[in-house]
Write a protein that binds this ligand. Structure first.
Ligand SMILES: Nc1ncnc2c1ncn2[C@@H]1O[C@H](COP(=O)(O)OP(=O)(O)O)[C@@H](O)[C@H]1O
Ligand SMILES: [Mg+2]
Length: 281
């Protein structure tokens, strides 16, 4: 594929400045990046560095003071609220708390947007929800209440809900925060599965390097109809995942894991050093 500018980028930021009303300083200061279709972009950065703000801008929930944001090739700056709803309809979201409705069953939570927008016949609805729950490994929870589920299971329901309308893009805000490492890794496996089997583009905000590296170093493939997970230690091999590092509203790194490890950028080094003992000099 030769690529024709923005058409292969699902998200583009060009020199984006954004400040919250009432704050003295901009939260984002001239941020530019592109996210390729089918890739997973991990956004790293300390608390308050502007990671969640980037997701809110992608959704058009807030508007930049200057700069251009394009989602699926469309400059979203001039769009009306109705047109923004169309853009959002093509985006799945998974937030930290999972944000499930405890008054609805697991299946109704997963199918929430399908009920609202698509009016599927009941049988088709059930089949679709069953398939989604199978994908996240929770088939037996169809009729249960979210309050019966563990934290990790709730998060997986949130992933199934984000997938329900087949979005091309899924945004995750700290999807493993508050989960133990093993449960967190099941969420990472889902992100990888969506990338490698469904071609979904993902943006994953996290401050857990362990999870970011799990996503970057894993791939899955179907062999005779069975899903096989692979993990490689040689980070040169895989291309599906890229990293963005934000420091105080400025982008200080974009690239693959091997380049992250080789980066001399002081903040990047400090960030790695803080979480990986081997990086301490
Ligand atoms: N609604 C808001 N009003 C004012 N300031 C905000 C608001 N949301 C976030 N901020 C500020 O913007 C900065 C970036 O926030 P955020 O994007 O949430 O950071 P992160 O997700 O990286 O922790 C922080 O300094 C935060 O205090
Ligand atoms: Mg945040």
């Amino acid at each position: 594929m030769t690529g024709t500018g923005d058409s292969v980028n699902v998200i583009s930021f060009r020199d984006v400045y954004f400040g919250y009303p009432g704050n003295d300083d901009y939260t984002l200061k001239g941020v530019s990046f592109d996210i390729r279709a089918g890739s997973t972009e991990v956004i790293l950065g300390g608390s308050g560095s502007g990671k969640s703000t980037i997701l809110k801008l992608v959704l058009g929930l807030i508007k930049p003071n200057s700069g251009v944001i394009a989602v699926e090739g469309r400059d979203i700056g001039p769009l009306s609220e109705d047109d923004l709803m169309d853009v959002r309809a093509d985006i799945g979201m998974v937030f930290q708390e999972g944000a499930l409705f405890d008054s609805l069953s697991v299946s109704e939570n997963v199918g929430f947007r399908l009920r609202e927008h698509e009016g599927l016949p009941e049988k088709e609805f059930e089949e679709r929800i069953s398939r989604l729950l199978g994908f996240v490994g929770l088939s037996e929870f169809y009729d249960r209440s979210p309050s019966d589920l563990s934290g990790g299971q709730r998060r997986r329901v949130a992933v199934a809900r984000a997938m329900a309308h087949h979005p091309e893009l899924i945004l995750y805000d700290e999807p493993t925060t508050g989960l133990d490492p093993i449960t967190g890794s099941t969420i990472c496996d889902l992100i990888v599965k969506l990338r490698d089997l469904e071609g979904v583009t993902s943006v994953v905000v996290t401050h857990q390097l362990r999870d970011a590296f799990q996503v970057a170093q894993s791939f899955v493939m179907l062999v005779d109809g069975e899903i096989e997970y692979h993990r490689v230690d040689d980070v040169e091999l895989l291309y599906g995942t890229e990293f963005l590092v934000l420091n105080e509203g400025k982008l200080v790194f974009q690239g693959r894991q091997r380049d992250l490890f080789r980066s001399d950028e002081p903040y990047v080094h400090k960030f790695l050093e803080g979480q990986i003992p081997a990086f301490r000099r």
